[in-house]
Ligand binder design. Structure first.
Ligand SMILES: [Zn+2]
Ligand SMILES: [Zn+2]
Length: 370
């Protein structure tokens, strides 16, 4: 079928809206008419030379929409079902069976290559040239996306479908890290480093548990102000502060250091500060690919501290996304406050606004006009 998509033709090029021919859903697949798609920083990885996904590509991995047609063997979904599209996973490897689909043994091949792990090409431009259309199992910067039914999460009718996509990655990552990995509770103290989509989602999730100290650390005053509105108990402006100074401020606020911390910045010096500001036996989660090497003093972890990487909040999307919607309904996870919507045709403006920090989370609406 003929669809429209924002295509990345070359790593450094602007996105271009094009007509694309997309295959009909095969066995186990669904075709989703996209209502809105979040723009995640991960969507920019293919701009890096040598990255495993090669243009031409359709990116986008926070899609939400309505099932338009279904392939053979699909159960539990029907034409008209409202869904959020989450990351791809096999459902059969030890990690998937154990309830950790983000650590699926074929996660990278299924999500980061941008092309179907089934050999056949599923999308072509009007000249017949193949276009990668399986980024994170979906490629949802488009009017329609093909996805395996297993990766699609049904959502209720009474929620604003077009803004639900970020629940599948950015919000999932922040909230999942807090709930599933750091296991923040009412008596706890946690520090969240970086107040973008993931960090602010972590702040909201931690605040929803009633944690005693929820400390947001960032260099942008406007984001710290928003963190306070979203439930942070304290904020730290780290502008101009050394690693030791950041750690000392966070320790002073939390009395003896935080039980847990989440780094969403990917900055090695921030991770070093987060480790230094932990109490004994505390854990720091890292959700971002680090830009460089973490340097820690030889005894930095001696008191039983843990540093752990986290993908996709280590969440099971079919479990956590409905829980996040419930929290949103209760006003305890107002993730809509992070979002600014753009017509999909303004995708390059959305990218620029996210890079400048003007927009925290862009959501692209196919078919909308400015
Ligand atoms: Zn798997
Ligand atoms: Zn993402």
């Amino acid at each position: 079928m003929r669809i429209q998509a924002a295509v990345l033709r070359e790593r450094g090029a602007a996105f271009k809206i094009e007509n694309v021919e997309l295959a009909e859903p095969g066995p186990g697949e669904v075709l989703v008419e996209i209502a809105g798609t979040g723009f995640c920083h991960t969507d920019l990885l293919p701009r890096t030379d040598g990255f495993m996904a090669e243009p031409p590509l359709i990116l986008g991995h926070e899609g939400a929409g309505v099932v338009a047609s279904i392939g053979t063997g699909v159960t539990g979904l029907a034409v008209g079902s409202k869904v959020v599209l989450s990351f791809d996973h096999c459902g059969a490897c030890p990690a998937c069976i154990d309830g950790h689909p983000a650590y699926c043994r074929s996660f990278w091949r299924r999500n980061m290559v941008g092309r179907s792990h089934i050999a056949e090409d599923r999308a072509h431009d009007i000249t017949g040239r193949s276009i990668g259309a399986r980024w994170f199992g979906q490629s949802s910067f488009a009017t329609h996306a093909l996805a395996e039914a297993r990766t699609v999460v049904p959502v209720p009718d009474d929620v604003p479908l077009e803004i639900l996509g970020p629940l599948a990655c950015g919000v999932l990552t922040g909230a999942g890290s807090v709930f599933r990995v750091l296991r923040v509770t009412g008596a706890a103290s946690t520090a969240i480093y970086g107040a973008g989509t993931v960090g602010l989602s972590a702040v909201m999730a931690a605040a929803s548990t009633g944690a005693e100290y929820v400390i947001a650390v960032d260099r942008h005053r406007s984001r710290l102000d928003l963190a306070l509105e979203l439930g942070a108990t304290h904020v730290v402006d780290s502008t101009g502060l050394s690693v030791a100074e950041i750690a000392n401020v966070v320790k002073a606020i939390s009395k003896n250091g935080t039980d847990t911390a989440l780094d969403t910045t990917g900055a090695p010096s921030v991770v070093a500060a987060a480790v230094a500001a932990l109490r004994p036996q505390g854990t720091v989660g890292l959700v971002s690919a680090l830009a460089g090497t973490i340097e820690l003093p030889g005894d930095a972890l001696a008191t039983g501290k843990t540093v752990t990487g986290i993908l996709e909040g280590d969440a099971v999307p079919h479990e956590l996304i409905p829980e996040l919607i419930d929290l949103w309904r209760q006003g305890r996870l107002p993730f809509d406050r992070l979002i600014r919507t753009y017509p999909m045709s303004d995708i390059n403006q959305a990218e620029a606004d996210m890079a400048s920090g003007d927009t925290i989370k862009a959501v692209l609406i196919p078919g909308a006009t400015t």
